[in-house]
Design a protein around this ligand. Structure first.
Ligand SMILES: Nc1nc2c(ncn2[C@@H]2O[C@H](COP(=O)(O)OP(=O)(O)OP(=O)(O)O)[C@@H](O)[C@H]2O)c(=O)[nH]1
Ligand SMILES: [Mg+2]
Length: 229
């Protein structure tokens, strides 16, 4: 399913407000969290390359058009190896510093969505990703989403026919969202949104993900450039 026209007028309102078209939203996170799968779920499939098994897949930064006025940027995930992380961090820093003309004086990426794998407990890589993003973006331009909701309890309690969690998993996911928020704000500080939980693979709560992005769309253009260090 292609969600690019779901609440498209809200994205248009944002580009009008900022005086910037397109609106550029970057997806970041640990390797295997499901960034590329998420973009495919949002766009109707088959566009972004998805990893199979344990191999990391995305190695370049590339964008996909979402409706008329939005671009989603897919990025390589961190956490595979120190050598690859170094290269991928350079790519992330470069795209986040890029200005593209005069429209956005401090960088053209308007906001970032950090994808967390809801089936793993470790959040060190996600913390590193948020710290990197914070060098370029104000806190309220960085939002968190929890993917792989279907697998949060190792595949149990997800109704694959209805494409939704049962009551037990729904309750688990509520707690998961709270604990992700708490742990991230303890690690990186600042305001962290209450993340939505969704499943890119099974198309569960993709509209919840878009609603969350819309609720957090920026009010103004960027006013922060890269902080050194
Ligand atoms: N069960 C389940 N698997 C998922 C979900 N989203 C992604 N996956 C699987 O997780 C693996 C990695 O997904 P990708 O989308 O390639 O992850 P990525 O974040 O783009 O990874 P890199 O490109 O390496 O940074 C693939 O095998 C996907 O099929 C999900 O919601 N549920
Ligand atoms: Mg990828």
């Amino acid at each position: 399913m292609d969600y690019s026209y779901y609440r498209a007028e809200e994205f248009d309102r944002c580009t009008d407000r900022l005086g910037v078209t397109p609106l550029d939203i970057l997806f970041a996170g640990a390797t295997g969290a499901g960034k590329s799968t998420t973009l495919n779920a949002l766009l109707g499939g088959g566009k972004a390359i998805v990893g199979k098994g344990t191999d990391p897949e995305t190695v370049e930064v590339s964008y996909y058009k979402f409706g008329e006025n939005v671009r989603f940027w897919d990025t390589p995930g961190l956490g595979d190896s120190p050598e690859k992380d170094k290269r991928h961090i350079e790519k992330l820093d470069a795209i986040l510093s890029e200005r593209y003309g005069q429209a956005n004086k401090f960088g053209f990426i308007d906001m970032a969505v950090v994808i967390i794998d809801g089936s793993v407990r470790d959040m060190n890589t996600a913390v590193g990703v948020i710290e990197l993003l914070k060098k370029h973006l104000d806190d309220d331009r960085i939002i968190i989403a929890v993917n792989q909701a279907d697998f949060a309890m190792k595949g149990l309690h997800f109704d694959y026919e209805k494409n939704q969690p049962d009551e037990t998993l729904a309750e688990f996911l509520n707690n998961k969202a709270q604990s992700v928020r708490r742990r991230l704000s303890e690690s990186v500080g600042g305001k962290i949104n209450l993340p939505v939980c969704y499943s890119a693979e099974y198309g569960y709560n993709i509209t919840g993900l878009i609603d969350m992005i819309i609720e957090n769309l920026p009010e103004k253009r960027r006013t922060k450039s890269r902080k050194r260090g």
